[in-house]
Design a protein around this ligand. Structure first.
Ligand code: SF4
Length: 444
């Protein structure tokens, strides 16, 4: 099933040469042209479901294993990738993202096997972005080098904080020192291709000390930073601690202040805020995530993974949300029986797709260009939808939104309050959709 070793080595070698070439020529991030809705291109997400330990705030689909049969899991990931590529009819995979869970706990051999299967089933260009999420404690220099040899060319490090007390509160397995060491090793191995996550809005966290952490990070980080606000999720240890009064509830106003100050600091340091939570300089935007925000197709492989694609290879014409079975053992049984562990397929209506185009596109600084919108909805233009809207005019007057010859997008100020803008914009879209005249009802 896998590529002959020589062919697989060929792909990794070509990928490395292309990566070097791209570094030398780097002109400014991913191709921001949006893929046509029914195109045969896609991004591929691979979910590794295991972690060493449960972080106190985490409600992701992850499991603490009592022994993983990695060879069996690897076979299932490969099989499901092959099946979904066939069902989708995708001819070109533009990026691969190994997320989790903690995919840096997987063996580099597993990563290589999935990449080999993808390269065999479809076109995986040599300069495709291949990202691995890494936790500092499971990402020593030698492991990172082995992931590089397996075909990974970008790392996303779950650093979260540079304060040991905060890391303990979050239940992380690493210290600030581990985080900085991993960051240094990652940059040595993947220069210009390392992203770090930093959290804000923790219980009792104050603006000044958090900003000092960000400044410290800026002295040693690479070209990509993600800022995430802690979200207190029911069922997590942190939620219970706050409920029981053992910890103060996070203060949303302080979190908003950290976010505002943090994005200003990053801008000052030459980072472009290209998405609500993501900042890059030297064009180091994440190609993979850009596909999500542009509503491109993506396949989700692994327990609980989500995908969005038109199953053209199986004669489908409608984009579907596809959700894989959550629990790893059940998922593996299904993959062994049916070739995939898809638990739910939800066809998306035209309106639902447009709502996603709007909500996802406005997360980026580019917003939604007229050309991009037209690929999804050729009848109702952005001008038809929003040009005469009183609410949109008000948002423009407040300096939060722009509608012009380029398209619809948030201003710098608007990006920080996107959720409140979306309420008006989505309800305007829904209203216009109901009022379409018969001649504007698109293709059947
Ligand atoms: S490492 Fe990530 S996925 Fe695993 S428990 Fe912690 S936050 Fe959750």
């Amino acid at each position: 099933m896998a590529l002959p070793r020589s062919q697989a080595r060929g792909w990794v070698k070509a990928a490395k040469m292309a990566q070097r070439r791209r570094r030398a020529e780097d002109a400014g991030g991913p191709n921001t042209q949006s893929p046509a809705p029914g195109s045969r291109r896609a991004a591929l997400y691979v979910h590794w479901p295991y972690c060493e330990k449960r972080c106190s705030y985490c409600n992701f689909n992850k499991y603490i294993p009592r022994g993983v049969d990695e060879a069996a899991l690897r076979r299932c990931l490969v099989t499901e990738a092959q099946t979904l590529l066939r069902l989708s009819g995708v001819r070109r995979v533009e990026s691969v993202f190994f997320g989790g869970g903690t995919p840096s706990l997987a063996s580099p051999h597993t990563v290589a096997a999935v990449l080999e299967a993808v390269a065999q089933a479809t076109h995986l260009p040599a300069d495709s972005e291949v990202t691995l999420e890494a936790n500092p404690t499971s990402a020593s220099g030698s492991r990172l080098a082995a992931f590089g040899a397996a075909g990974v060319n970008r790392l996303s490090i779950g650093l979260q904080s540079l304060d040991d007390a905060e890391l303990q509160l979050l239940g992380r397995t690493h210290s600030a020192r581990d985080a900085l060491q991993t960051l240094a090793e990652a940059q040595r191995l993947f220069p210009g291709r390392v992203s770090v996550d930093l959290m804000l809005g923790l219980p009792a966290q104050q603006v000044g000390p958090w900003l000092r952490q960000l400044q410290e990070l800026l002295r040693c980080c690479d070209d990509h930073v993600s800022l995430y606000q802690l979200s207190l999720e029911r069922g997590t240890t942190l939620f219970t601690q706050v409920q029981q009064g053992a910890l103060p509830a996070p203060d949303p106003e302080l979190a908003a202040e950290m976010y505002q100050e943090g994005r200003a600091v990053l801008r000052e340091a030459g980072f472009r805020q290209y998405e609500v939570s993501n900042f890059a300089r030297n064009g180091a935007l994440s190609t993979h995530n850009w596909t999500y925000w542009q509503c491109g197709q993506y396949l989700g492989v692994g327990p609980g993974a989500h995908g969005r694609f038109i199953p053209q290879g199986a004669g489908g014409h409608t984009r579907e949300a596809r959700i894989q079975t959550l629990e790893p053992d059940s998922w593996m049984k299904e993959v062994m029986l049916f070739g995939h562990g898809t638990r739910r397929r939800i066809p998306l209506s035209e309106l639902e797709l447009l709502e996603e185009v709007l909500a996802m596109g406005l997360r980026t600084d580019v917003g939604i260009t007229h050309q991009h919108w037209q690929q999804f909805e050729p009848q109702l233009t952005l001008w038809d939808l929003f040009g005469a809207s009183k609410e949109v005019k008000e948002l423009q007057e407040q300096g939060l939104l722009l509608l012009d010859h380029r398209g619809l997008r948030c201003s710098w100020e608007g990006l920080a309050v996107l959720d409140s803008l979306l309420l008006s914009l989505l309800s305007r879209l829904q209203e216009a959709w109901q009022q379409r005249t018969p001649s504007s009802v698109p293709r059947g």
